[in-house]
Write a protein that binds this ligand. Structure first.
Ligand SMILES: [Cu+2]
Length: 298
């Protein structure tokens, strides 16, 4: 009976006004819950600033129209301070990189060699036809107030395929899981070699078809080395950060660092062979910031 009355298009003005009131309250409540959910499930740069923004379902239910309205206003006011920007850019390599080296011991290996139809090579410089460079770690030198969200961030996968690590350059946060897979029909021995105190050295065999291994690191470290004790040509390099404000350039040299709190920063791009370069930038509320880098082949 009540729904019928409420939905009747010829209802009296009092009922129409009541109906409008319900609809507005529902929309406000939905907008607020959606907003909170967006930020509380966010795993990137802004999250450390909104750690308090997690509430139980009971909280949403108990909230009435006026609290919703007040909270929306308060949250929007708070976000005006915390609104984030996005940094995007491209890394270009100047000059011609040295020719990649053949990995002859891999091709000659009785088992691993069969996994390659051609001579495998190193992947020191992964450059596209336009000279844009992959595998460059781009990060903000200091992000005041930002903390690692690694404990709840998506794990990063490090695979062993064709008796090579893939990817060979990766970056994670402190406490973020690195899941090591073995997609090969051979045994590997995953062995990380940290140089920073507090990061653990682990040396673990991984049989073909066996379960994944998990690694985490507690301290920031650049290019922490992973090797395989069975296959001496296998290496991967993991950079560990204590905040989420970093990226690794893709095959077209592009990178994106999302939800960076507004402010002035030093941003650095570092490549294992081409070295590093820095720039001073300012990220403004809600605005995209474009930063391109050029590194020289060495
Ligand atoms: Cu191996």
């Amino acid at each position: 009976m009540l729904p019928k009355l409420l939905l009747n298009p010829h209802a009296c003005p009092a009922l129409r006004s009541l109906r409008l009131g319900f609809a507005t309250a529902a929309i406000r409540l939905y907008a607020f819950v959606k907003l909170i959910h967006t930020f509380s499930s966010n795993t990137n740069c802004l999250r450390p600033f909104l750690v308090g923004a997690t509430f139980s379902p009971a909280f949403y239910i108990a909230m009435n129209k006026s609290t919703a309205l007040f909270s929306c206003a308060a949250l929007f006011a708070a976000l005006h301070v915390a609104v984030a920007g996005e940094i995007t850019g491209t890394v270009t390599l100047k000059g011609t990189p040295p020719k990649e080296k053949d990995i002859t011991p891999l091709k000659d290996d009785a088992t691993c060699g069969k996994l390659h139809s051609e001579m495998p090579t190193t992947h020191f410089y992964v450059v596209n036809a336009n000279g844009e460079l992959a595998d460059v770690v781009v990060f903000l030198k200091e992000v005041p107030g930002a903390k690692s969200t690694g404990a709840t961030a998506e794990p990063v996968t490090l695979d062993q395929k064709g008796c090579e690590y893939t990817p060979q350059i990766l970056a994670v946060q402190t406490g973020q899981k690195i899941v090591v897979k073995n997609s090969d029909p051979v045994m590997h021995n995953v062995h990380d070699l940290p140089t920073v105190a507090g990061n653990n050295e682990v040396n673990q065999a991984q049989m073909p078809g066996s379960g994944d291994l998990t690694f985490t690191f507690d301290k920031p470290e650049m290019f922490l080395k992973f090797k395989c004790d069975v296959h001496p040509w296998m290496f991967a390099w993991v950079s560990v950060f204590d905040n989420p404000c970093f990226a690794v350039s893709d095959k077209d040299g592009n990178f994106k660092i999302k939800n960076v709190p507004a402010g002035k920063y030093t941003i650095e791009a570092i490549h294992r062979k081409a070295g590093s370069t820095k720039q001073e930038i300012e990220v403004k509320d809600g605005a995209p910031t474009k930063v391109d880098f050029t590194l020289e082949a060495k």
